[in-house]
Design a protein around this ligand. Sequence first.
Ligand SMILES: *Cc1c(COP(=O)(O)O)cnc(C)c1O
Length: 470
Amino acid sequence: MKYISTRGETAYKPFNEVLLMGLAPDGGLMLPETYPQIDAVTLEKWRGLSYSELAFEIMSLFVTDIPADDLRGILDRTYTAEVFNGAEITPVRTLSDGIKIQALSNGPTLAFKDMAMQFLGNAFEYVLAKEGKTLNILGATSGDTGSAAEYALRGKKGINVFMLSPEGKMSDFQRAQMFSLQDENIHNIAVEGMFDDCQDIVKAVQNDAEFKAEYQIGTVNSINWGRIVAQVVYYFAGYFKATQSNEQKVSFCVPSGNFGNVCAGHIARMMGLPIGRLIVATNENDVLDEFFKTGRYLPRTAEHTMVTSSPSMDISKASNFERFIFDLTDRDAARVRALWAQVGAGEGFDLSAQLDKIRHQYGFVSGKSTHQDRLQTIAEVYKTGGELIDPHTADGIKVAREVREVGEIVVCLETALAAKFENTIREAVGEVAVPRPAALAGLEKLPQRVQVVPNDTDAVKAIISKVCKK
Ligand SMILES: *Cc1c(COP(=O)(O)O)cnc(C)c1O
């Protein structure tokens, strides 16, 4: 399997290389040259597999340059009952109104990003060891991505993690989650500034080619292909759990921000998994809902992005969206370049002529959920089923209820656990004990490790060089 860029100006690359890449050199995103096709016989064979066996069958179609036994080893180490709090890995349950929920948040940081990031940690360690290389991951986080990366890379040989976060801006839980890690290779850096300042520092370091090369600086952002391919697996797993036979179709409803999660669903559908519709749920930051309703994509700047109670979806420029548009234009890289030139110029683009194709050929629909919708959905699910759902998942359920057709099987992806967002939960249902996995009891009381630095790129560079020169 060879990989190509959505902008068409990058030489073919193997998986091993794509795994460690961010953007392609031409500014595009990497995708497989073709999507493997799964026939009915194969699908039937896969129905009874364990999660890690299924992951192996699917991923070995995309990862042809790691020996099969090694890939199997990586996946067996990743998708364990210990890491994901039970052998099912992504169990599916049904709400009182028939909507199904696939739990993707049973990993160490209680959010779906663990599903892919845990794989990435083990795959990075494997590839680096094989090539005798080291890597220094530099990232900026407002909460979820940084903790998922740290829990995936803690203790991994050949890897250091330098994670910037805005000082005092994360929740107590998020702070405790990251800063309580005592692993030597994890470096928490609290910047006296906002999340955007942290991102600017990461960009400044990335743009210093000399420093970047000297210190082998890498990233694990949401455009990484390794993350997308690992996410394809749970669409198959969810499909099998929600159906009795492969004659049935399932629609997936996905709380979306950077379009990484639902992009994996699109790929599963392109491979032939019987997915009916892909339902994109947004919060008040509804750039994607606008696109799927009108065909117009008008990304917004940070000043026009709202801070909401489903914060991991507060995104107005969906970094993985280009992958879908590449397929929508029948993989016309010149067209994609032209469209993203318009995005770069702040104009966005209009593909309303393609709406029919977007809906009927690709199965996309969308909806939006606001703070009030979210609170109402959390309260209603609690009242009718006695369970507490997280605000992002609530956005998904709200939209799924709105668009569901008679007889349609809809699986909502649960992207986080309520325990991460206690304040919003209390706002919705009043004083309740929000259940938390036993392993995280007393998390906020653990000793914390963090260095506070001024909002200054050189201060961050100094920390990196000090650690690396040891
Ligand atoms: C990251 C995240 C999302 C958004 O996922 P994308 O892949 O960026 O669309 C939704 N919910 C939660 C809880 C997240 O952490």
